[in-house]
Design a protein around this ligand. Structure first.
Ligand code: SF4
Length: 511
């Protein structure tokens, strides 16, 4: 179908009226530009709770004979949003294609956390231009966190005319309507709500695997760390009802999933907004650990909200894994203050001591930003010493990158990029050495591995992860994919372990 035909036919085949349309009026209706200022408002809007999502009868046949492709950037939250959008596409009759040259709709589900993530998306949009030229009926959409940013939307509106749709993180449930508008119109459809966010319970999901599953427990973030764009792109903190989460995990257990990861931008804030309930992440974990599913994790936690109740419940062990990812970001109290992290170095160390006392075998990993504006040599050294003092197994490390619209982006910076890079190199050296040491301790030990599939490098080798999230490669029959097995570690590398397959772990032993 060409551009002209697209205008005259709806996706379900019915004719569209062909009289002259006043598109300026039309786009006054569908164009809702994002606003970081509006997105910062908190507490003025009630969170709406919906459990009545339905595909409108008009759209049911929309995808018949059509294929979709979604390219996902960024965090697990985005991967899970992709599962929801895939579910909606399939409910509309579309089928998935891994080959985007065969797709009728391509979505880029974007990440705004770092500048290079945005650069990748703009690069990708450049590549898609020629595909659109060859096939004008192809629909191209941009969604996810980048589409919540005014500057990105303006850039796409003015310089990427081959994009058909831009929609935000609060508009995913509107995908059928947005596709419908895009098929009918010749202008870009932009629908990005700068609102605090709702909870929509019964959206369809097409999960990407059968072994591990993501479960959202809350949305948004109210922490407003000065470098972070997430509170603006994902709305205010809002928790799902415990009964809905418990039901979802029960269903996943019944379907044979072996591991779930509870997701939220700041999972430890779970429950704070539930006005009629006194119920926290600790309470939720305590209820979930009784479900017969071998492994339960959560990400990402904020040290400020990591309370005693959660530590007490995690200490019960069982299917609650003893690996905690606890982003510290900096070891200097002065930098933490400028980042508005709301804890000091001392408070972080106290928290770590409490966790270690309650869970002696715990493995801690973290995120660290180096080169925050005006970070001194001494302040950077404090990060190096904190990393060692805590005894983190490993860390994800980054050079600070300013995000337009955040308070940190307005800070004057007197640290050169050369110095920032040197600091990152020094930190990475320490992290690599520490990781190698932590891995070496596994040599000769037997570990339990959830087998995910063939190794990326060698299809004859299988790979999977331990409870502590260590990657293990070993040879075994393919039938054990999806099972928890015992492997004896023979060789430790910096980032992975090699081992010999021993056998299946009996179901009862896994919990
Ligand atoms: S807690 Fe995490 S998501 Fe929230 S503002 Fe801070 S860094 Fe961003």
């Amino acid at each position: 179908m060409n551009e002209e035909q697209r205008l005259n036919k709806t996706p379900d085949g019915s004719e569209v009226k062909t009289e002259e349309k006043d598109y300026s009026q039309y786009f006054n209706r569908v164009y809702q530009p994002p606003s970081l200022k509006d997105a910062k408002r908190r507490g003025k809007e009630e969170v709406e709770y919906h459990d009545d999502f339905q595909i409108d009868e008009r759209f049911r046949e929309m995808g018949n004979g059509r294929k979709f492709h979604i390219q996902t950037y960024g965090c697990q939250m985005n991967e899970h949003d992709t599962e929801v959008m895939a579910g909606i596409f399939m409910a509309l009759g579309y089928t998935f294609t891994p080959d985007r040259t065969k797709a009728d709709v391509i979505l880029l589900n974007t990440c705004a956390i770092r500048e290079n993530a945005e650069d990748k998306v703009f690069g990708e949009l450049g590549h898609l231009k020629s595909l659109k030229r060859e096939r004008p009926d192809l629909l191209i959409g941009v969604c996810g966190c980048m589409s919540q940013e005014e500057s990105v939307v303006n850039e796409i509106l003015s310089r990427q005319p081959h994009v058909d749709m831009i929609f935000g993180t609060h508009n995913i449930h509107r995908l059928p309507n947005i596709l419908h508008e895009a098929y009918m119109s010749k202008e870009m459809v932009v629908e990005v709500w700068s609102k605090e966010g709702d909870i929509i319970e019964n959206l369809p999901k097409q999960r990407l695997g059968h072994i591990k599953a993501w479960v959202n427990i809350m949305y948004g973030c109210d922490k407003f760390c000065t470098y972070c764009i997430v509170p603006y792109t994902r709305g205010k903190e809002r928790s799902r009802r415990p009964e809905d989460i418990i039901q979802e995990v029960r269903e996943l257990a019944a379907q044979g999933y072996k591991e779930i990861t509870l997701l939220g931008q700041n999972v430890n804030a779970y429950g704070k907004d539930l006005e009629d309930l006194d119920y926290t992440l600790g309470d939720l974990m305590d209820d979930l650990r009784k479900i017969d599913i071998p492994r339960i994790r959560f990400t990402t936690s904020h040290p400020r909200d990591f309370d005693d109740r959660l530590i007490e419940v995690l200490a019960k062990g069982g299917n609650l894994v003893d690996h905690i990812h606890l982003p510290v970001q900096s070891g200097s109290s002065a930098i933490l203050k400028m980042m508005s992290r709301k804890y000091t170095r001392e408070q972080f160390l106290e928290l770590v001591a409490k966790i270690k006392k309650a869970i002696p075998n715990v493995t801690l990993t973290t995120d660290i930003i180096v080169g925050f504006p005006n970070e001194t040599d001494e302040q950077f050294e404090e990060t190096m010493t904190l990393f060692e003092e805590v005894g983190f197994d490993t860390a994800y490390t980054y050079i600070y990158s300013p995000r337009e619209g955040t308070p940190a982006a307005k800070m004057q910076d007197n640290v050169s990029m050369e110095v920032k890079k040197e600091r990152l190199q020094r930190l990475n050296k320490l992290v690599n050495e520490t990781s190698a040491k932590a891995m070496a301790q596994y040599e000769g030990q037997t570990v339990k591995v959830l087998v995910e599939g063939e190794s990326k490098k060698d299809p004859e080798v299988l790979s999977g992860y331990t409870e502590k999230n260590k990657l293990v490669n070993f040879r075994a029959p393919k039938e054990v994919i999806g099972e928890i097995v015992e492997v004896k570690v023979t060789d430790a590398k910096t980032w992975s372990l090699d081992g010999e397959y021993i056998g299946l772990v009996k179901q009862k032993e896994t919990v």
